[in-house]
Each structure stands twice: as C-alpha cells, then as structure tokens.
Design a protein around this ligand. Structure first.
Ligand SMILES: [Zn+2]
Length: 412
C-alpha cells in the first residue's frame, strides 16, 4: 500500500482499498487524512464530523494501462457557531467540484490535446467530449495575463478566415521575444477600431517594450499600430505576405496562359505541360533537369510567362539577400523599372502596393529574421484552426493556440 500511495501522489489521503472491476478497471478508494474544514458561512475552522457525503468517483491517471478511478466519500462537518448549525463538505485540492476527474488527470488530457483534437483525445482516453472541453475551460486561460509578461518586443498581427472561403476573419495577436512566442489575443474581426482597442489595452509598462509590429499589408493594422505605439514604431510587412502577393501575380498570368494553351495546343503537346503550377512555385534552385525541360517547353509557348517568372524569381532573390534596407530599396526600385518596361500587367496589383507600402516592405531588411517565425506561426495557427473544426469562437481558439504553444512547458 505504501508504494501505491507514493505512486498515486495524491496528498493528504490514505488508501482504504484497491479493487479491479469486471471491466478490468482499477478503483482505489481513499479517505482524507485532513481533519476539519472551514465553515462555508462564517469561515471558522470547524472539525465536528457530521458523516460523509455521497461517494464520488474520479477518473485518474491509468495504472499499467488500465483505466483508474479514485473513489472518496468527502467528510462533512457541522458548524456550532452559525445559526442553524450548517454543514460544510470538506474540499480537497486534487480535484475540482463537479469535475469527473482528478486535476492530475485533467492535466494529462490537456497534454494529450497539444497538437491534437478534442474528439481524438476523447476517443483515445475513452472519456466524453465534454470532459475534454471541461478540462480546457477549467485550466487554460482564455485571455492573456499581462502580469506574466515581462516584455513584448515584436508584435505580430495575422488574420485567418475561420471558415474556408469565408470573409469573416479573426486576427491573431502574438508577441515574440527571443524566439519565445506568446499569444496575446484572438480578435473577433479585423476592423481597425477592434485592433486599435486591443493594442490600446496593453499596459503602458509593456507598450514601451514594443519595438516592431509585424503585419500584412492591411492599412487598418498599420495605422492602428502607429496610432497606439507612435510614428517611430517599426512596422514590418513580412516577406511572407509580400511573396504571397507577387506570387499571386504570376499565378494569375499562369492560369490565363494555361487556359489559352489548352485551347490552342494539340492534346498531346498540352499534356506535356502537366504540373507546371508546382514547378513555377518551386524554388528555382531546387528544380531538376526534367522539370527545367517542362518549364522550357512552357516558356517556348508563352514568352510572357517566362518574363513574369524571371521577375518573380528576381524578387525572391532580393529578399534572400543579406543586404541593408537602403540597398534593398535600390534593388526593388530597379525591379519596378524592369516590371513596368516588360509591359506585363500581372504585377500591377503588387506594383501599387509597393507604391504605398515600400517603407514597411523594406523594413524587413532591418533585421531579416521575422519570416520563418511568421510563416511557421501562420502554419501552426492554420493547423490549430483546422483541428478546432466546428468550434468557432475566439475564446476557444485562444485557449487552443495557447495550449499548442505552451502545452509542453505547462504539463510536462
Ligand atoms: Zn459557521
């Protein structure tokens, strides 16, 4: 028993019996070794025992792969000071009232939930969906606790569509300091007023530690950031967002040209162009000979696409170079000239963005280290969102992203 008690690691209890049920579950009956409780009315310490409450059975960490339950009948005490001599049931720290499991087990569930789904965990553990949701509600904060944050440094604003193809975006606000990512908020919409209200709510002490705001091109974010943190804050549009935009230009032209070639070329010849979308998106340096041949064939039929492809790659090369902000500015200006002279229209959208957001775009070259972070986080959040399928509320999303980011350090 002593060893089991030690392994069980439930404070202030003694084991009364251990049984294995017909279903091979382990049920450990314990009693509290603490005497007395505090009266729920007057708060006095009371220890006049008044029987026991109904037995409660709580799921606990498995023993040798068997489902394990702790059973206890909580002691009741009567207060002799209060009128009517009310009774109070003793509460113990290792489980929460009305929960169907011990806290240790709830923490185990939450660790299982890191990078997983509620229904997956509920199936593997053979517990109800609601039990998993209850553990999240009970243990994972649904808003940032500013007291736990020392400094913010880089703030990231990223938006995701909650439902595929939907226009209702939520905004994920994160902070990054020395590779540590903290989720600060999930905002209900991407309106400037919403973003500004949140940024304004950051405690003054922490506002002063913000050096950089990293966002996409949306004016609402950029203006909100400048209004809250002052004109001097460095706003960076990460290359990840920039690349998405100029890649979009190439994609549009590719779609048009492929449609044209589909109509003009013989079927056999057209078939040889299969998979060009992936080839055009692939890093040019990673293309193997066969793939280069396909592209050559494509460019023979569409010289325009070749020019656009080269312009696209030139930009990627610029963003790959370890150059200063002013050098980048010069190179991008040259690129703009080339793009305009090419006569192509597919980059027009991107060119007008460069026109208005050049400063924020070349700010990327000041420290050139945000990209992996932004892209990695973006992918992580997208995956989290997919795993939260069906649970579209910002509080839950906050809890899940928080759990995915912090889970291992919280529960291991
Ligand atoms: Zn009392």
């Amino acid at each position: 028993m002593d060893i089991i008690e030690k392994l069980l690691d439930i404070p202030n209890t003694a084991i009364e019996s251990i049984e294995v049920t017909e279903e091979s579950d382990v049920v450990i009956t314990v009693r509290s070794t603490i005497d007395g409780t505090r009266c729920h009315k007057c708060g006095r310490k009371i220890n006049k025992l008044h029987g026991h409450g109904e037995a409660i059975t709580l799921r606990h960490l498995s023993i040798l792969g068997r489902k394990t339950y702790i059973r206890i009948r909580p002691a009741r005490y009567r207060c002799t000071h209060c009128e009517g001599k009310p009774t109070t049931t003793q509460k113990l720290h290792w489980y929460k009232e009305r929960s169907s499991c011990t806290i240790a087990y709830e923490e185990h569930i939450l660790l299982q939930l890191v990078n997983s789904t509620v229904s997956d965990v509920s199936m593997k553990e053979d517990i109800g969906y609601e039990t998993v949701m209850g553990a999240i509600q009970c243990h994972i904060e649904d808003a940032v606790n500013w007291d736990e944050i020392e400094r913010l440094n880089v703030i990231g604003l990223d938006e995701i569509a909650l439902k595929k193809g939907h226009k209702d975006f939520v905004v994920i606000v994160t902070a990054r300091d020395c590779d540590k990512i903290t989720i600060l908020a999930v905002l209900n919409d991407r309106k400037k007023s919403t973003v500004k209200a949140f940024l304004s709510s950051i405690p003054e002490r922490l506002k002063k530690t913000v050096t950089t705001v990293c966002s996409d091109m949306y004016d609402g974010y950029i203006n909100a950031a400048k209004e809250v943190f002052g004109e001097d804050v460095v706003v960076v549009i990460d290359r990840f967002h920039v690349a998405k935009l100029y890649r979009g230009g190439l994609d549009n032209l590719r779609k048009k040209e492929i449609a044209r070639l589909g109509a003009e070329l013989a079927e056999e010849e057209y078939k040889k162009l299969k998979g060009v979308m992936w080839l055009l998106r692939k890093n040019a340096k990673d293309l193997v000979d066969e793939e280069l041949e396909v592209l050559e064939r494509l460019f023979k039929y569409s010289p325009m696409l070749e020019i656009a492809y080269k312009l696209h790659n030139d930009l990627t090369d610029i963003f790959d170079s370890d150059i200063s902000k002013s050098e980048a500015q010069v190179k991008i200006d040259d690129w703009i000239d080339k793009a305009i002279k090419s006569g192509l229209t597919c980059f027009n959208n991107f060119l007008s963005t460069l026109d208005t957001r050049m400063c924020e775009i070349v700010n990327y070259f000041i420290s050139r280290q945000t990209s992996g972070f932004v892209e990695g986080l973006n992918n992580k959040i997208k995956v989290t969102k997919r795993r939260c399928y069906g649970i579209f509320n910002v509080k839950h999303l906050f809890q899940r992203i928080h759990l995915d980011i912090e889970g291992y350090s919280l529960f291991t």
